[in-house]
Ligand binder design. Structure first.
Ligand SMILES: C[S@@+](CC[C@H](N)C(=O)[O-])C[C@H]1O[C@@H](n2cnc3c(N)ncnc32)[C@H](O)[C@@H]1O
Length: 875
């Protein structure tokens, strides 16, 4: 009977669990640090190491093993850690000052070379909370790290792939020269954890406290895009509720002041006449018709049955229902004459103009101004169209962006719509959104939904606003269309995210791509990222970024900026200090606002090269749409790329991490080994395909279920990148057997192989076949001989016919016989009457052999003695 294996849902007793047990590590997580250290070698040279969240002490054991003797190792955890030789431990909460003081007391003036953090909040509630808690913990550990790390030191931390991931990486990038995210093989695939190794601590003299403040680092996009300063964050969340109703938001803002009810009703008149319909739809549960006037509205044609039903429960509505309610409001306002007001004013203005006495020159001047205004409006429309195209491009790009990582990377919920660039300050994003006709801008001053708004739509731009009012019919149409396009885009993005989140889809995707993000080689920080700017300031960081943003925002309100069609959101800038290390110094406006989100995302190394392509695509589209600005843009881009190239050459060493890895792994990557390939080909020619996996792949190729490229891509997986050197042979053998990618096999492939095997089994082995053939050949010869003899007998005349027949029969019988039978030897036991007799026993005929019961034992005893004697002689 097979042994039953103890197992939990996660398959806890896996290889690393057993290895940890075998090697005396307290936790299987020890192998994560071993593998991280194998890749980055930060322990061997470290003299002082702090392990935050260290219990039960697996990482401490590894640190103690790999760090030089006499080095200082300190471990902290909420729970006490059993003593480990050479390691000092204490129990403390790493988020408290007490912990900091304890560390300070322990280390005195020392600075640590390495700070480790493998913490996970001990909650186990909802995933979102866990992930957020973990991100906060990471930030707290970073806070300790920046205090205790020495310049050039290393900080290793576990991060969950959640909405906060990019923000954390951004912060790391501000403080460390090299930041790489990686997932060691021992980290379970199902786990969302990823390890970020931050090397080369920059030790800046001043670190903006906001870098280490969760409130700033994990700022919610929705809460950080105030369309105007007066609106509370709740209102913006409300807008997001309407435009992305399917998405569940975190409620960090809590209840509104003084309002602690969950079910909220609003009178219909407030919704219809109020200035902010979207906030109403996003914040309330029901629109009630209580007054006489409101009840009359219910009876009007514009108020369809659907609208009535929708008003009953706003929280269950989808995007289309919200659209219907917004349209209903517009229609009702028209019916009630609330929206005609502007027209009346306009007419009145015109009348005044007509009655005014003007001389001819003045009339020409006015006419010229009017024409100018018209052409400005036309240009504005063109710009608007171009913006729409750009926005669609950005959305497409963002959707693509989720495809590879996502494995699982649950990025910002909001990000697919607008905001992957919402790191720290999202004012730029908001601006981008405004430019792109985003959510905030869909709501006009009077609450009328606007589809699009240009960058020049500032208060001062009165003439243009007038134009907007003049063709209000067309405008309304356009607004509605814009709104629908906007919502469709957001909905598509949402759908795509849903698909991404679907576990099955993810697994399928993961199998298909065997995505490099999950690979051991890890996600690396894009070195280009740090090279993309040559101009630099001495001051940097968050404040600088703000200042720059502010500058740029004020610029944008200028008329000159208005003329500039290129939307230029903030882009991270780095400067190179004397040692060639990159420092973030501020922000630069160089790319379209939407691409900021992509930039944060594509700043990871795995996208190196792709980003350029994408950028090119985007530029191409812009080129098509904005011919006016083409030359200007092109020259900018050229200059930038030249700068980038120059700097790349100069600073190659600083960021070149990959080659080293490639060297290490070159053995594994050597799939082009021609000899090996030839040998494989020869083997396949000789024996055919012998594994179900190979047969399945062959079937898939033949049936065109998969392309060659897909198969090649699938060949790259986390297993194929494992460095093997330095590992014991028994470990490698074990890995060879059990640590492999699971290739799919089909029933047909297995059936085909079984049939082949059966056919093989049915064939006799070579020697037997040869012996049989020899026997057959001899028999045939014998028969032939007998027949010849029989012919001779038949030909003789001195035998009677009967004698001849008898003789021939005998000959043929002999010739047909298959060899001589073994003569039987009869065994006669020498007991009873046969005991001690000599010669043939009585009544026994033919061959016989006497056997004696004693004889067997005596023979054995004799052999035993001989053996013993031999041994003695040798000694
Ligand atoms: C995954 S375990 C660490 C395992 C450890 N690296 C090892 O190899 O043994 C996570 C630890 O984080 C600790 N932890 C969670 N929140 C903490 C906090 N605020 N302060 C200190 N430790 C914390 C937990 O007590 C838990 O022991």
């Amino acid at each position: 009977m097979g042994k039953t294996q103890k197992k939990t849902g996660k398959g806890r007793l896996d290889k690393y669990y057993k290895l940890a047990k075998e090697q005396g590590y307290r936790a299987r997580s020890a192998f994560k640090l071993i593998q991280l250290n194998k890749k980055y070698s930060f322990l061997e040279s470290a003299r002082c190491c702090i392990d935050l969240c260290a219990a039960p002490g697996g990482w401490l054991q590894v640190a103690s093993k790999y760090m030089p003797v006499n080095s200082v190792i300190v471990g902290v955890d909420l729970v006490p850690i059993k003593p480990i030789p050479r390691v000092v431990t204490f129990a403390a909460d790493i988020t408290t000052t007490n912990c900091r003081n304890l560390l300070r007391g322990e280390l005195k003036d020392w600075k640590a070379d390495v700070v480790l953090h493998d913490g996970a909040p001990n909650v186990g509630t909802a995933w979102i909370q866990d992930a957020y808690g973990q991100s906060e913990l990471v930030l707290m550990s970073l806070k300790l790290a920046v205090e205790f790390l020495m310049k050039g030191g290393t900080f290793v931390t576990k991060v969950f792939r959640s909405a906060d991931y990019n923000n954390l990486i951004w912060v790391f990038n501000q403080l460390f020269g090299k930041v790489e995210a990686t997932k060691p093989p021992s980290s379970r695939n199902v786990s969302a954890e990823i390890f970020v190794v931050c090397r080369d601590f920059l030790a800046p003299k001043f670190i903006d406290p906001k870098f280490l403040d969760p409130k700033h680092v994990f700022k919610d996009l929705a809460a950080s895009i105030p369309a105007d300063e007066d609106k509370p964050a709740v209102a913006h969340n409300a807008q997001a509720n309407v435009f992305q109703p399917e998405k569940k938001r975190r409620h960090r803002d809590g209840y509104e002041d003084g309002d602690y009810t969950l079910f909220k009703t609003i009178p219909a008149s407030d919704y219809i006449k109020g200035p902010d319909p979207v906030s109403v739809l996003g914040s309330f549960n029901k629109i009630a018709f209580t007054t006489e006037e409101e009840k009359e509205w219910l009876a009007m044609d514009v108020t369809s049955g659907d609208v009535k039903a929708n008003c009953e429960d706003l929280k269950v509505l989808g995007k289309a229902d919200f659209k219907a309610l917004i349209r209903w409001r517009l229609a009702l306002r028209e019916e009630l004459g609330l929206d005609v007001k502007t027209k009346a004013i306009e007419e009145a203005t015109e009348t005044v103009e007509i009655t005014e006495e003007v001389d001819e020159e003045q009339a020409i001047q006015d006419e010229l101004e009017r024409l100018n205004a018209e052409s400005a409006t036309r240009r504005k429309r063109e710009r608007r169209k171009a913006n729409e195209v750009r926005q669609r491009t950005i959305q497409r790009m963002q959707l693509k962006m989720t495809a590879p990582l996502d494995i699982g990377l649950e990025q910002h919920d909001e990000s697919l719509a607008y905001g992957q660039d919402d790191v720290f300050d999202l004012r730029g994003t908001e601006k981008g959104m405004r430019k792109k006709g985003g959510v905030a801008k869909l709501i006009g001053e009077d609450g009328v939904v606007e589809a699009e708004s240009d960058e020049g739509d500032d208060d001062g731009d009165a003439s243009e606003d007038e134009d907007e009012i003049l063709d209000s019919e067309e405008e309304r149409e356009r607004k509605t269309r814009g709104l629908e396009a906007e919502l469709d885009g957001l909905y598509d993005a949402y759908q795509s995210r849903l698909r991404e989140k679907d576990a099955k889809y993810k697994v399928k995707e993961a199998r298909r791509n065997l995505k490099s993000r999950e690979e051991w080689s890890g996600v690396q920080e894009d070195k280009d990222d740090s090279d993309d700017d040559s101009g630099s300031d001495e001051e940097g960081g968050y404040d600088k970024m703000h200042q720059h943003l502010d500058d740029s925002s004020s610029d944008e309100s200028d008329e000159e900026a208005e003329e500039d069609d290129v939307e230029t959101p903030p882009t991270k800038k780095r400067r190179m200090d004397a040692s060639g290390r990159s420092l973030v110094v501020g922000l630069k406006e160089s790319k379209p606002a939407g691409s900021q989100a992509a930039k944060v995302w594509f700043s990871q190394d795995m996208f190196a090269g792709i980003g350029d392509d994408l950028g090119d695509d985007e530029e191409d589209e812009e080129d098509e749409d904005e011919e006016d600005d083409q030359e200007e843009e092109d020259s900018d881009v050229d200059e930038e790329s030249e700068e980038e190239e120059d700097e790349e050459d100069a600073d190659e060493d600083d960021f070149e991490i990959v080659p080293q890895e490639l060297e290490d792994d070159s053995e594994m990557w050597d799939i082009t080994n021609e000899n090996e390939d030839e040998m494989k080909q020869a083997y396949i020619k000789k024996y055919g395909l012998v594994t179900p996996e190979a047969l399945t792949i062959a079937q898939q190729l033949v049936n065109r279920e998969k392309t060659r490229t897909e198969l090649v891509n699938e060949g790259f997986n986390r297993y194929s990148l494992n460095a093997k050197d330095g590992l014991p042979s028994w470990f490698l053998e074990d890995e060879q057997k059990h640590y492999k990618a699971n290739l799919p096999v089909t029933k047909e492939a297995i059936a085909a192989l079984r049939a082949k095997q059966r056919a093989l089994d049915a064939r006799p082995i070579k020697k037997v076949a040869e012996a049989k053939a020899r026997k057959k050949y001899k028999a045939a010869q014998k028969l032939e001989k007998a027949m010849k003899k029989a012919e001779g007998v038949n030909a003789t005349s001195d035998m009677t016919e009967r004698e001849k027949a008898q003789s021939i029969e005998k000959l043929m019988r002999k010739g047909a016989s298959t060899g001589h039978k073994k003569k039987e030897v009869k065994l006669v036991v020498a007991k009873g009457a046969h005991k001690g007799i000599k010669g043939r026993p009585k009544g026994v005929k033919g061959r016989y052999a006497m056997v004696d019961s004693r004889m067997k034992k005596e023979v054995r005893a004799k052999k035993r003695k001989e053996k013993v004697n031999k041994k003695r002689k040798r000694t």
